[in-house]
Unconditional design. Structure first.
Length: 577
């Protein structure tokens, strides 16, 4: 199994070194006084625990003060063996605009808070036994960069403390001059075949590519191919293959070796799976089996770590807890999650709606950044079988004039069609919960706690009348909505607080007074939702409390408010025709 701490589980190498840990750190508030080349040589006044943002307690700083620029610095020593290699510097995610320096030279930059990036720093570091790695990050609290649930200022309602700077792992890889740089794959769940395109760093006519597929430690396929530059194609067919499903999350380990003469010079490990996702008017189908989706809304925030999971097993603990409560998947709300979360979901058979973080102002800049990040994430996460839906927008956030603006409507149609062209294997939701355009699933949000009002709201949406919290039109284009599946993708949100937390909180409706009342109201709402006309699934809000929002089934420290088995008993008895 790929180690839980490895940052890129779909392309694992043994030749890596983590750069997580203590870095020098400071706030770069004197930007207009001190030039970057001066600042990176200056005395820095703090240390920070990477990869936690300075706003989180686990960073060692833990302040909510807003700083538009920050700086990181760390000395790195290389061994003689490492200096003989090509040196690749990787960042999992840095929010938002990063400039990377080796000593006093800029080696590259990256814009976007959720996607990985890397630089070959061999030319800057190879001749040195020690060098200084610096990072200057700009993260102004502006509405035109994808923010998701990050507040632009003080957290309020369902917006939480912002995240600035490094929030996923930083690491080095040490590679031979000829090595695998990346790969893509097309998996065919009907034939059990997979076509790989492996990208190679350079030509070498003395090399070959060896591929082996294993299942439960036993070899099931093997192929040797001539190494071609820039791309080597490898086709594999697995006999008597097993499909991936939530009940049987079958994964195949795939090993690629780059062999020069008889010496292995580079190795990577990945995994593949075979499953089909389809939609009919009555719901989602996986491998031609209908699944009534019982999803939980997850936000990907932790009390100690902010956006960053506090421990290597945090993802596994969250997903196992959700499954213990009887949920078969989640809507990962407004956040491109760490790939390690998706790896755990793949292994445990947990369905994931992958949802883009919204921007809040529709501008040329916001559109360009959003489009690039979305395409990078779709390509990064394309092979995860747990991901069953791409969600482009949420409740018209950043697109408030979608009902009247042809420009916004055109952009939403374009970005949805672009996603569909890159990944034709999954359904896509253009604007979850409200004004739909060309979605493959009709989704609706309602936080009504009255059975009569919830049904009325749902039926108004089904009739394309004004509905929802803000009395929005549900569908903006002429189409047969009832030929598509319908999901109540946000509902519930019953608050319950510990006595020591006081009465101040944000949530929907009246708070429950005790766990017993919370359980009774949860059961009533879930049964009402499951009986709505034409429903094929729902997503309950939410998994855990976050800061001032107290409507989770777990407290913010992940302690259950209700015994998970009691929730599971309710969900197991929910029937949907």
């Amino acid at each position: 199994m790929i180690p839980a701490e490895y940052p890129r589980p779909n392309m694992y190498r043994k030749s890596w070194r983590s750069l997580n840990g203590l870095w020098e750190f400071d706030f770069y508030d004197d930007y207009f006084v001190r030039a970057p080349v001066e600042k990176i040589a200056d005395t820095l006044n703090h240390t920070i625990q990477v990869p936690f943002s300075y706003q989180s307690p686990m960073s060692g700083i833990g302040t909510g003060d807003i700083h538009a620029r920050v700086i990181y610095r760390r000395k790195i020593k290389l061994t003689d063996k490492e200096r003989e290699s090509r040196i690749i510097l990787h960042f999992g995610a840095v929010d938002f605009n990063a400039h990377v320096w080796i000593d006093t030279t800029v080696v590259g930059s990256h814009k976007g808070g959720y996607t990985p990036f890397s630089f070959d720093i061999t030319a800057f570091a190879k001749e040195k036994q020690e060098f200084v790695l610096s990072l200057i990050v700009e993260d102004a609290p502006t509405p035109d960069q994808p923010r998701g649930k990050q507040a632009q200022g003080t957290p309020f309602d369902c917006w939480y403390t912002a995240v600035t700077g490094i929030w996923q792992s930083v690491w080095l890889e040490f590679l031979p001059s000829i090595h695998f740089t990346s790969f893509s794959a097309v998996q065919n769940a009907k034939s059990g075949s997979v076509n790989y395109k492996l990208h190679i760093s350079g030509p070498d006519k003395n090399c070959r590519v060896e591929a082996e597929v294993q299942f439960n430690g036993k070899s099931v396929a093997h192929r040797v191919s001539e190494c071609c530059y820039p791309c080597t194609e490898v086709n594999l067919t697995l006999p008597k293959f097993k499909k991936w499903s939530p009940e049987e999350p079958n994964l195949y380990n795939v090993y690629f070796s780059l062999v020069r003469n008889e010496t292995v010079i580079d190795e990577i490990e990945t995994y593949c799976s075979f499953r089909e996702v389809g939609i009919e008017s009555d719901g989602l189908y996986i491998n031609n089996k209908r699944y009534f989706q019982k999803l939980i809304l997850m936000q990907g925030f932790w009390k100690e770590g902010g956006y960053t999971a506090p421990h290597t097993d945090s993802f596994e603990r969250d997903i196992k807890c959700a499954k213990e409560m009887g949920f078969n998947g989640c809507r990962m709300h407004m956040k491109y999650e760490d790939p390690r979360f998706l790896y755990v979901a793949d292994r445990l058979g947990f369905l994931v709606w992958a949802e883009a973080p919204s921007f809040y102002s529709f501008t040329e800049e916001s559109c360009c950044v959003f489009r690039k990040e979305l395409m990078d994430v779709v390509k990064r996460d394309l092979l995860h079988p747990s991901v069953i839906t791409w969600v482009i927008g949420n409740e018209s956030w950043g697109m408030r004039d979608i009902d009247t603006s042809e420009r916004i409507q055109s952009w939403v149609m374009e970005i949805t069609d672009l996603t569909r062209s890159v990944d034709p294997t999954r359904p896509i939701i253009s604007n979850d919960g409200w004004e739909h355009l060309n979605s493959d699933i009709m989704t609706f949000h309602s936080y009504e706690h009255s059975e009569e009002t919830l049904k009325d709201d749902w039926n108004r949406a089904r009739n394309n009348e004004q509905c929802g919290i803000l009395n929005k039109k549900f569908n903006l284009i002429d189409r047969d909505m009832h030929s598509l599946p319908w999901v109540l993708s946000e509902f519930g949100a019953i608050s319950f607080l510990r006595k020591k937390e006081g009465a101040e909180h944000w949530g929907y409706g009246d708070a429950a007074h005790n766990p017993e009342e919370l359980l009774r109201r949860f059961e009533k709402l879930v049964r009402e939702a499951s009986s709505l006309d034409g429903i094929s699934g729902w997503c309950y809000t939410q998994f855990s409390d976050i800061e001032q929002e107290k409507n989770g089934l777990l407290f913010e420290d992940r302690t259950p408010k209700i015994e998970p088995s009691a929730i599971k008993k309710i969900l197991e008895n929910i029937e949907n025709k």
